[in-house]
Every structure is written in C-alpha cells, then in structure tokens.
Design a protein around this ligand. Structure first.
Ligand code: HEM
Length: 127
C-alpha cells in the first residue's frame, strides 16, 4: 500500500510541541558561528514567530502564516543569505537537536529530518 506522502504533523505532535521545537532551535542560533551572524539579532523573537507560524501552517495547522506573510516564497526570502552546504547542514543540526530535545517518536523524527532536509537542500543558493 502506498504511504501517504505527507504526515499530519500538526495533529500528531500538536502546535505546542512545534512551538517548543522552534524555540529550541532559536535558543541555539545566537551562539552558532555560522548561523548566528545571519539572523537579525534585534528581531530573533520575530524570526522565531515567522518560522513557528510557517511550520504550523505547512504541517496542516491553522494557516495564520499565509494571512500574515502571504505566499512563503522561501527561495526568494532566503536569497539575501549565503546559504551553502555548511549553512544547510548546521541549520539541520540545530533543528534536529531541538527535535530530539522534545522526545519526538522515531517515525516522526525520521519524517521531519527528510521533510525539512529536502527544503533545506532546495534553499542552497551558493557553491
Ligand atoms: C538551510 C539553512 C537555512 C538557513 C541558513 C536559513 C536562514 C534564514 C534566515 C537568516 C532567515 C531570516 C530570519 C527572519 O528574520 O525571519 C530565515 C527566514 C525563514 N526561514 Fe530559513 N533558513 C534555512 C532553512 C530553512 C528551512 C529548511 C525552512 C523551512 C522548513 C525555513 C523557513 C524559513 C521561514 C518560513 C522564514 C521566514 C520567512 C518570512 O516570512 O519572512 N528556512 N531563514
């Protein structure tokens, strides 16, 4: 039988857990030598809110992100940042650490690693 291509992660984990994962990610960003300088130091809370809202929407929860930010246009919105393989791998490393901190079940963790990893690879814009 064919597997569903997308899991309803918002229903499975809950918005609270998604919010805690994103908070854990942003807690790690400022101290990171690659990612720290890329993010707006004066608006980390805003950046956290944007990613949280996007993931809740993308994982099947309320689409507040679309109302507030419009179409995601992620390639375009990441164009100002030098996103090479090392930045991509570090983003995934911090995100997976935040996911592991929440004790996400292995099946969902694996799914998230593939789902987020594919988007992260797609966002690479520098050799
Ligand atoms: C590959 C490594 C990545 C790097 C280095 C990176 C870096 C950044 C930076 C510096 C920002 C600006 C922060 C802000 O002010 O909002 C940003 C925004 C954002 N990123 Fe990433 N990002 C990466 C991957 C991803 C992935 C995989 C996703 C989605 C799963 C994602 C989703 C977003 C979203 C939704 C925003 C806010 C867009 C907006 O509404 O303005 N990013 N990212």
């Amino acid at each position: 039988m064919a597997e569903p291509s997308e899991l309803p992660i918002h229903d499975l984990l809950g918005g609270e857990t998604i919010a805690r994962i994103v908070a854990g990610f942003y807690r790690r960003v400022p101290g990171d030598p690659i990612l720290g300088p890329m993010y707006p130091a004066h608006d980390l809370a805003g950046a956290e809110a944007r990613l949280r809202s996007f993931l809740i929407y993308r994982f099947g929860g309320p689409p507040d992100y679309l109302r507030d930010r419009g179409h995601p246009r992620l390639r375009q919105r990441h164009a100002p940042f030098a996103l090479d393989q090392a930045a991509r791998d570090r983003w995934m490393q911090l995100m997976l650490a935040a996911i592991d901190e929440q004790g996400v079940a292995p099946t969902y963790r694996e799914y998230l690693e593939r789902f987020l990893g594919d988007i992260a690879t797609f966002l690479i814009n520098r050799a």
